[in-house]
Design a protein around this ligand. Structure first.
Ligand SMILES: Cc1cc2nc3c(=O)[nH]c(=O)nc-3n(C[C@H](O)[C@H](O)[C@H](O)COP(=O)(O)OP(=O)(O)OC[C@H]3O[C@@H](n4cnc5c(N)ncnc54)[C@H](O)[C@@H]3O)c2cc1C
Ligand code: FES
Length: 276
């Protein structure tokens, strides 16, 4: 059992939770994730380790409550317990020396981005961040992104804060201006990562993405998370979740992410809840 020590609402349906999990906190590295279960009969929920504090023995998780299991998780009161926190899972990101990085994040994608920014920052990289959301109220964790970036560009679909448009607009502008970057990182919804990778490919800019395919066991046994990378089958849970964005078959990923949509909708309708 893993105690919930803190819980804050960051935006509608998006929570930050600090959970006691000393063994995971000691070993976690940028790029790792955990699989959480709320109860004995709970579904397995993969979540990025947004931060870890080995001294306090805690993990920080950012959770968007989109369906039954994530709602059950964010409804756990402070002082109560999560049944399982399994991890750290996944292959940690190899943090190489990089001069300049352009980091593109959309929506909840800021959660997996923060540990990468922290790790590259420690290596001395200069970081230009593009943080996007549908609207102003969904631009979460701005202070954290600012503290790890040399420059932050805010973008909203409706223009309620920062530039009006998509994260790929300032990305394209900066690359077209001839500015030099050593790598891009793009994390967010699959279609956003696909669009960002398409832009960076035009400029031959190596691009890292983090794939949120459907995961079940998280240990390479079930095949549920399989993705095609340069035409080769990989398991996002053990070979990733980070991959070369130019090699990912995003169309297949999107189809596979929707495999259980009818069942997920059915659960929400049964519970009288709306899907986010
Ligand atoms: C490596 C990884 C890291 C992730 N990190 C985060 C994070 O830090 N914060 C966060 O809010 N979300 C994260 N997710 C997504 C999160 O796991 C899903 O939103 C969650 O499992 C949804 O479950 P649900 O029952 O609440 O919703 P459901 O109604 O069951 O599903 C809603 C949508 O979530 C996705 N989903 C459902 N089940 C899974 C599953 N087992 N594995 C992956 N996706 C699923 C599907 O796209 C689905 O359409 C991550 C996913 C992966 C694979
Ligand atoms: S989640 Fe089962 S193989 Fe990756």
């Amino acid at each position: 059992m893993f105690k919930v020590l803190e819980k804050d609402l960051l935006a509608e349906n998006i929570y930050r939770m600090v959970v006691e999990a000393p063994l995971v906190a000691e070993k976690a590295k940028a790029g790792n994730f955990v699989i959480v279960r709320v109860s004995d009969v709970g579904e397995r929920i993969p979540l990025t380790i947004c931060d870890n504090d080995p001294e306090r023995g805690t993990l920080t998780l950012i959770i968007q409550a989109v369906g039954k299991s994530t709602r059950d998780l964010v409804n756990i009161p402070v002082g109560d317990y999560v049944k399982d926190v399994l991890g750290p899972l996944g292959t940690a990101t190899e943090i190489k020396d990089m001069g300049r990085i352009i980091a593109v994040m959309g929506g909840i994608g800021v959660a997996p981005m923060l540990p990468l920014l922290r790790a590259y920052r420690k290596k001395g990289a200069e970081i230009i961040s593009i943080l996007g959301a549908r609207t102003k109220d969904l631009l979460i964790l701005q202070d954290e992104v600012r503290s790890l970036s040399d420059e932050v560009i805010l973008v909203t679909d409706d223009g309620s804060e920062g530039m009006k448009g998509l994260v790929t607009d300032p990305l394209r502008q900066r690359l077209e201006s001839g500015e030099h970057f050593d790598m891009a990182i793009a994390i967010g919804p699959a279609r956003m990562m696909q669009a960002a990778s398409k832009v960076t490919k035009e400029f031959n800019l190596p691009t890292l993405v983090s794939l949120n395919s459907i995961m079940i066991d998280g240990t390479g046994m079930c095949g549920g998370c399989r993705v095609s990378i340069n035409g080769e089958t990989k398991f996002a849970c053990v070979d990733g979740p980070d991959f070369d964005g130019h090699a990912v078959n995003f169309d297949e990923l999107v189809v596979r992410q929707g495999y259980y949509r009818d069942e997920e909708d059915h659960v929400c309708r049964t519970l009288g809840e709306e899907r986010v």
